[in-house]
Design a protein around this ligand. Structure first.
Ligand SMILES: Nc1nc2c(ncn2[C@@H]2O[C@H](COP(=O)(O)OP(=O)(O)OP(=O)(O)O)[C@@H](O)[C@H]2O)c(=O)[nH]1
Ligand SMILES: [Mg+2]
Length: 335
C-alpha cells in the first residue's frame, strides 16, 4: 500500500473519534482489522498502550443452544450497569448469519441506536493470521476504544472455535436439553475452556438431567485444589431468567482471575500465541515467495537442490531460514 500524506494523522483522528464513542469510527477500525489493511500495523502500534482494560467474555456452544439470545440478554445487563459493550459474533462456517440474527435480537431490545453498544459479525477477509487472529485484534480495537465489556459469540465445534473462545478472559460453555448428547459435545475439547457452564432452555424437559450430567463430569475431572471449578448456572435466556445469577458468577470469576494471577497468565499465553502465529505466517509466506529467476520460490529452489543431491535438508532449512528472515518485518496484509 503506497504511503499517502496525512494517513497517519487520519488514523489518529479515527482512533480519537472511536474513543469518544463515534460508532462509525469504531466500525472503520474493525474493518481495517478484518481486511488485513496496510494500515493494520500502524493501528496496532497506536492502540497498544490503550488496550488491556476490557473484560472479555466468550460464549460458545452448539448451534441453536441460545448463544445469541444470552449474548443479547447479557448485553442488556451490562448496559444497565452503565458499561459500554462490544459484541463480536464469530461463525467460521458462515461468517454472517449469526451476527445478523444477533443484530436483530439486539434491535428488538432497543440497543440499535445506543452509541455505547457495538456489534459486528466477524469475517477475516485477507487477514494474515486467519479468523482467530482477526478476532483477537478486533477485541484489542474495541478495548482501546473504551468498551468495558466485550462479548464474543462463537459456535463451539472445532479447533478454530476453541481458539476464538480462548481469546476471552471468561468463557461460558452453553448446553441445552434435547440437543442430542450435549455433554458429549461439551466433552470434546470444550471442557478445558469452560470457566462457567450455562444450561440454557431450562424451561424445557431434561434440564435438570443435563445439570446432573455436568456435575458428574466436573466431579470426575481432577481439578487442582487452587483451580477454579466451573459453576453451573441454569438460564432461560429468552426470559432473562437466571441472568442475575450468571452476572454474579461472572463477577466472581473475574475477581478470581485477578487474585490468583490467572488473568496475567492467560494474557501472556495469548500474546505468546499471537506473536507465534504472526511470525509463522510471515515465514510461510516468505518461503513461498518467488526468488528472482524464473519465478521459482525460495523453497522450490532449495527443494530442487535437495532432490539433486546438492544439499541435505538440514542445510537447506538453514539457508531458507537465513534468506526469509533477512531484512525481516512482519507486514500485515497478504501482499
Ligand atoms: N425455550 C427456549 N428457547 C430458547 C431459549 N434461549 C433461546 N431460545 C431459542 O432457541 C433458538 C436459538 O437461539 P439462538 O440464540 O439463535 O441460538 P444460537 O446458539 O445463537 O444459534 P447459532 O448462532 O445459530 O449457533 C431461538 O429460537 C431462541 O428463541 C430458552 O431459554 N428457552
Ligand atoms: Mg447465534
Amino acid at each position: 500500500v503506497p504511503e499517502t500524506p496525512g494517513r497517519g494523522r487520519d488514523l489518529q483522528s479515527l482512533i480519537e473519534r472511536a474513543r469518544q464513542g463515534d460508532p462509525r469510527a469504531v466500525a472503520r477500525l474493525v474493518s481495517l482489522v478484518e481486511d488485513g489493511s496496510g494500515q493494520l500495523r500502524e493501528l496496532m502500534t497506536a492502540i497498544a498502550p490503550l488496550a488491556g482494560k476490557a473484560r472479555v467474555i466468550g460464549l460458545t456452544g452448539a448451534p441453536g443452544v441460545g448463544k445469541s439470545t444470552l449474548t443479547s440478554a447479557l448485553l442488556g445487563a451490562f448496559r444497565a450497569d452503565g458499561s459500554r459493550v462490544g459484541v463480536l459474533a464469530v461463525d467460521p462456517s458462515s461468517p454472517f448469519t449469526g451476527g445478523a440474527l444477533l443484530g436483530d435480537r439486539v434491535r428488538m431490545q432497543g440497543h440499535a441506536t445506543d452509541r455505547d453498544v457495538f456489534i459486528r459479525s466477524m469475517a477475516s477477509r485477507g487477514h494474515l493470521g486467519g479468523l482467530a487472529a482477526a478476532t483477537g485484534q478486533a477485541v484489542r480495537v474495541l478495548d482501546a476504544a473504551g468498551f468495558e465489556v466485550i462479548l464474543i459469540e462463537t459456535v463451539g465445534v472445532g479447533q478454530a472455535e476453541v481458539e476464538i473462545a480462548s481469546l476471552a478472559d471468561s468463557t461460558l460453555v452453553l448446553v441445552a436439553p434435547g440437543m442430542g448428547d450435549a455433554i458429549q459435545a461439551a466433552k470434546a475439547g470444550i471442557l478445558e475452556i469452560a470457566d462457567l457452564f450455562v444450561v440454557n432452555k431450562a424451561d424445557r424437559d431434561g434440564a435438570q438431567q443435563v445439570v446432573r450430567d455436568l456435575r458428574n463430569m466436573i466431579a470426575l475431572s481432577d481439578y487442582d485444589a487452587a483451580a477454579w471449578k466451573p459453576p453451573i448456572v441454569t438460564t432461560v435466556a429468552v426470559r432473562d431468567e437466571g441472568l442475575e445469577e450468571l452476572v454474579s458468577r461472572l463477577a466472581r470469576h473475574a475477581a478470581w482471575l485477578h487474585e490468583s494471577g490467572e488473568l496475567e497468565r492467560r494474557r501472556l499465553a495469548r500474546a505468546r500465541d499471537e506473536v507465534t502465529a504472526i511470525a509463522l505466517a510471515v515465514l510461510r509466506r516468505r518461503m513461498g515467495e518467488p526468488d528472482g529467476l524464473a519465478g521459482q520460490s525460495r523453497l522450490g529452489l532449495l527443494a530442487q537442490r535437495v532432490v539433486d543431491g546438492e544439499l541435505d535438508p538440514f542445510s537447506a532449512a538453514d539457508e531458507l531460514l537465513t534468506t526469509v528472515t533477512r531484512n525481516s518485518s512482519a507486514g500485515t496484509g497478504s501482499g
